[in-house]
Design a protein around this ligand. Structure first.
Ligand code: JCH
Length: 227
């Protein structure tokens, strides 16, 4: 899978891309991630990427020209063009799965108060928000999308099961988990987990997941067959 990321802040991606699963997935050739500076797609002396909104109002908008030039240079028939914006539908595990099935994502990050509407009209296939809060620009949001999608690519995670079983893939929150020692500062690991009875352990885990989900995220249980 390939990513082309368009941003005014390419350095924001350097850290996340160079650690852990993302680093290994890149080194293994599972994913190619190219980060481009939108200023490189300007042609004026001062490399201007923003302008005042028509009709007035606070702040600045991203000019359409550099974004059009960059996208049109990278776009292929199989590309999906994604715009990071707080106005998009929320990123969910299902949406991450759908993105993981695409061969090429072009992600437009944006800055200032957003982008000229003609970018949406003519270029963008999907808009995405990573949550109901306002970031200073789209780069961190795009890094989140790249991370959530890349770990789903076959071979990205050592344990084949991990990506299938984790919270949100099952529709439930993970319950409590323990590792050694069996007693730490007087706090004991529940007996059932030490019993070696795999059936009882599975039953307990499932019940704990249900309880935690009901308490913390009842919205995840609503209207589904997961109750
Ligand atoms: C972004 C901004 C005020 C946007 C500019 C580009 C995504 N989930 C999520 N939160 N924030 C974003 C995001 C994505 C791209 C951009 N900004 C800053 C500031 C706005 O409206 C008044 C809109 C924020």
């Amino acid at each position: 899978m390939e990513f082309d990321i368009l941003t005014l802040f390419p350095r924001i991606f350097a850290g996340p891309l160079d650690e852990s699963i993302l680093k290994r997935a890149r080194e293994a050739g599972l994913v190619q991630i190219r980060v481009h500076n939108l200023r490189d797609f300007t042609h004026d002396k001062h490399r201007v990427v923003d302008d005042k909104p028509y009709g007035g109002g606070p702040g600045m908008l991203m000019k359409p020209e550099p974004i059009f030039e960059a996208v049109e240079k990278m776009q292929r028939p199989d590309s999906c063009v994604v715009l990071m914006t707080p106005q998009g539908p929320p990123l969910t595990q299902a949406r991450a799965q759908a993105f993981a099935g695409k061969p090429h994502l072009i992600i437009i990050c944006g800055h200032y108060e957003g982008v000229d509407e003609r970018v949406r009209e003519a270029l963008v296939d999907e808009e995405v928000s990573i949550g109901d809060y306002v970031l200073t620009n789209g780069a961190l949001a795009a890094a989140v999308v790249v991370d959530a999608v890349t770990r789903l690519l076959p071979g990205a995670i050592g344990h084949e099961q991990s990506a299938v079983d984790d919270s949100f893939a099952t529709g439930l929150l993970e319950g409590p988990q323990y590792t050694r020692p069996p007693e730490f500062r007087g706090m004991k690991v529940p007996d059932v987990l030490l019993s070696g009875n795999h059936g009882e352990v599975a039953k307990w885990n499932k019940e704990q997941a249900r309880q935690r989900t009901r308490q913390r995220r009842p919205d995840l249980l609503e209207g589904e067959d997961k109750l």
